[in-house]
Unconditional design. Sequence first.
Length: 125
Amino acid sequence: MIASAMGLLSLHKKNRADISPAELLNAKWKVINIQYKIIDNDVNISAHDYIGSPTDYMAFTNNNKIYRLIHSVKDVVPYILISENKILCDEDTIIIKKLTDQYCTLNLRNGSKNNYTEQVINLKK
């Protein structure tokens, strides 16, 4: 009896391979840290690592909005998941470097090959 009940429960659980990136992303994530850097003519002229506070978060929702509170600044921005590893947000393309059921790493880079700004956002559920 217990074995058949366990079998029924396992039928309702999704296999991790069956979970889409959209399903994994739609959650409230704690901000671990945000790494900022500015590159000018291939030289790192500025770098900063913001360590997330216990109240910092990014919440991706089914209604294509990100609710976020970072460094005491709260806002809401629209987003679209345009592929399994790309998010369009405020006309910027964010690359999803890592996405599991517990961790997410996002990369936002603007500029040219030798002159750019970059943010790496590390999140945890």
